[in-house]
Design a protein around this ligand. Structure first.
Ligand SMILES: [Ca+2]
Ligand SMILES: [Ca+2]
Ligand SMILES: [Ca+2]
Ligand SMILES: [Ca+2]
Length: 614
């Protein structure tokens, strides 16, 4: 790694820690709760791994969670999520065994920038941290997105069959294969899967009631499809957000609903068909009059856990256009280059999040001279959000619609200088009339999608183990404050929550007398030199709830790999409240609230866990 920059700077915090100036040559900037390394006017997202040059590996391993090290005396340390990176850097900086510090960035050590020829024009993807999300997933073929639009030109080499050995167009294997994969007339003219659509091998055109789902004249649906699922890193064209990595990404199901104009009477049928064909996401970049059949179809989708994403509309009106205005859909508006609302982007109640809607490049029709083009409009902001949801489902196919909405909205970036406020009816964070919850954040959303939520569940008896990486959140208030039912451990139940990073018990979590709860934290752990105040300061106020006191039995936290020597419980302000020998302790005497637990192991290691006591 080349070190060209000479200082750390902490912007936004307005703090420049003099200690951090030493032992590193990188410039670090914190923006929107994310650390970036800036170098040569480029920014690279920093992750939670710090590389240090060490003097003595044995003592380093004793004190820090060393993931690996090499013979050149460089070790990689995984910073636990309970720490602010700046605090952890300070701890390392003060350690005489640490000779040099580097923050790793995703951009530097992954396979790098996709080689798609137009990728340099897709810089807006880095604004929504798609490149960071790609370090987690590039999209799984198990995820299917229905695009209800003017049709998709599946002859396009960046979407369908091209020079590559794969395509991102969904092929319905329950139908017979077409004898010519590019000729919709080459099927057996039999509805093999009995879904009422004859030879629907590559989608369906509901407008012409035919199995040729390609558009006749209008590029619109093909452009949308490219944003979501153009083949990424295949040397040509653009990079689709969920388009794989020179291998199959998500599946695109093209449903034509009108070439030049969308027809309301068939949109409801297309929605129902998409739900029945097991799509997890339906993408609607169109504006139509409100329609009760479509209302019913949208409700049917919601009942079947299918997420619908809609463009807010290009009228600049202070209310969303239909179907974006329907409360069950995720309504997406458009931002301009300055991260302010594009003036024509309709806004108002039910607006969810934003994405860039100007200066976008995507796939166009193969009949055109250039099979890629530039365009703008909220039509092309919405598919960015559809694609990010597809990435989320690629790492956790069990997410519910409500969880998806909560994650997308609660992780959005508060950009553009707007006044975001807590407003009734918008439970997932601060919100603004013009831009909703803010600019979508692919990386934060995909990371959050990996959290295991436990809700609406009763453990009757016997042993149950729930494992997750990195985090388990149990209790009913886990999806934007909406109640989905309590988590109850009845007498006789023996339940283990096993997570790599942390377990949070929210309000609605009941462990009744005679039940046993075990919490296992399996992640590598760290030394405890730092005061826990900083750990506590990461706990947001909504994680505390003084209204309830339901835990009646608590058997403590168990360590998986090492014997626990002693356990300490701190208040969130860092005051030591309680110390016990061994791993059995009882929180009942403590007031309701958030606590920081530290466990000291027999081998000298220790760990910090934050836990809510309700
Ligand atoms: Ca069929
Ligand atoms: Ca057939
Ligand atoms: Ca490509
Ligand atoms: Ca209809």
């Amino acid at each position: 790694m080349k070190w060209l920059c000479l200082i750390f700077a902490l912007i936004c915090c307005n703090i420049l820690n003099a200690n951090i100036l030493q032992k590193s040559k990188q410039m670090i900037v914190r923006k929107n709760n994310q650390l970036f390394i800036t170098c040569n006017n480029r920014e690279y997202v920093a992750n939670n791994i710090i590389t240090v040059k060490f003097a003595d590996i044995l003592s380093l391993q004793k004190k820090y969670p060393v993931r690996n090290y090499n013979k050149l005396s460089y070790a990689d340390i995984v910073v636990p999520s309970t720490f602010f990176m700046e605090d952890y850097i300070s701890i390392l900086q003060e350690d005489p065994n640490v000779l040099n510090i580097d923050l790793n960035s995703y951009g530097e050590y992954t396979s790098g920038t996709p080689n798609d020829s137009y990728f340099s024009d897709q810089w807006y993807l880095s604004e929504i941290l798609v490149d960071s999300a790609w370090t987690i997933t590039n999209g799984s073929p198990n995820t299917k997105v229905a695009i209800l639009d003017s049709g998709v030109d599946w002859l396009h080499p960046d979407l369908g069959i091209g020079e590559d050995s794969y395509q991102n167009i969904y092929c319905n294997l329950a139908e017979d294969d077409w004898t010519d994969p590019n000729d919709p007339n080459s099927g057996n003219h039999i509805d093999d899967d009995g879904n009422g659509l004859i030879d629907d091998y590559k989608g369906w055109d509901f407008a012409t009631n035919s199995n040729d789902s390609r558009p006749r004249t209008n590029f619109h649906g093909t452009f949308v499809a490219g944003i979501i699922g153009a083949k990424t890193n295949n040397s040509i064209g653009i990079a689709g957000i969920a388009g794989g990595n020179y291998s199959k990404g998500i599946n695109i199901l093209p449903y034509g609903v009108g070439d030049t104009q969308p027809e309301t009477s068939i949109i409801d049928d297309a929605i129902v068909a998409a739900v029945d064909n097991n799509c997890q996401i339906i993408q609607l970049s169109l504006v139509i009059p409100q329609d009760s059949a479509i209302d019913a179809a949208l409700e049917y989708a919601r009942c079947n856990n299918v997420t619908i994403v809609c463009a807010s509309g290009n009228e600049g009106t202070s209310s969303l256009l239909y179907p974006a205005s329907h409360p069950t859909v995720i309504a997406v508006g458009g931002l301009e280059q300055d991260l302010r609302r594009w003036p024509n982007s309709s806004y108002g109640t039910h607006l969810s999040v934003m994405a860039r809607c100007t200066g976008l490049v995507s796939t166009s029709l193969t009949s055109n001279e250039d099979i890629y083009k530039y365009d703008f409009g909220t039509s092309f902001a919405a598919p960015q959000v559809s694609a990010i949801i597809a990435l989320m489902l690629s790492v956790n196919s069990n997410l519910t619609c409500e969880e998806i909405r909560y994650i997308i909205e609660s992780t959005a970036q508060k950009v553009g200088g707007y006044n975001y406020r807590v407003i009734d009816g918008h439970p997932n964070g601060t919100w603004n009339d013009s831009v909703g919850y803010g600019l979508v954040d692919a990386y934060a959303a995909v990371k959050a999608a990996k959290i295991k939520y436990i809700q609406n569940r009763t453990y009757q008896g016997g042993c149950s183990t729930i494992e997750a990486s990195p985090e388990i959140i149990a209790g009913y208030a886990v999806t934007g404050g909406k109640t989905y039912g309590n988590v109850i451990l009845e007498a006789g139940s023996d339940v283990t929550f096993s997570a790599t990073e942390q377990v949070v018990l929210k309000s609605g979590f009941y462990a009744k007398a005679g039940s046993n709860l075990h919490i296992k934290i399996e992640a590598p752990t760290t030394n405890v030199a730092s005061a826990p105040q900083r750990v506590a300061s990461k706990i947001s106020s909504d994680e505390t709830d003084s209204a309830e006191n339901r835990i009646t039995s608590y058997t403590g936290i168990e360590n998986v790999t090492n014997e626990v020597q002693s356990t300490y419980i701190y208040s969130i302000s860092g005051q030591l409240l309680y110390a016990v020998v061994g791993n059995e302790y009882n929180m009942l005497h403590l007031p309701i609230g958030m606590y920081v637990l530290k466990q000291q192991m027999n081998n000298g290691e220790s760990k910090i866990v934050k836990i809510a006591h309700h």
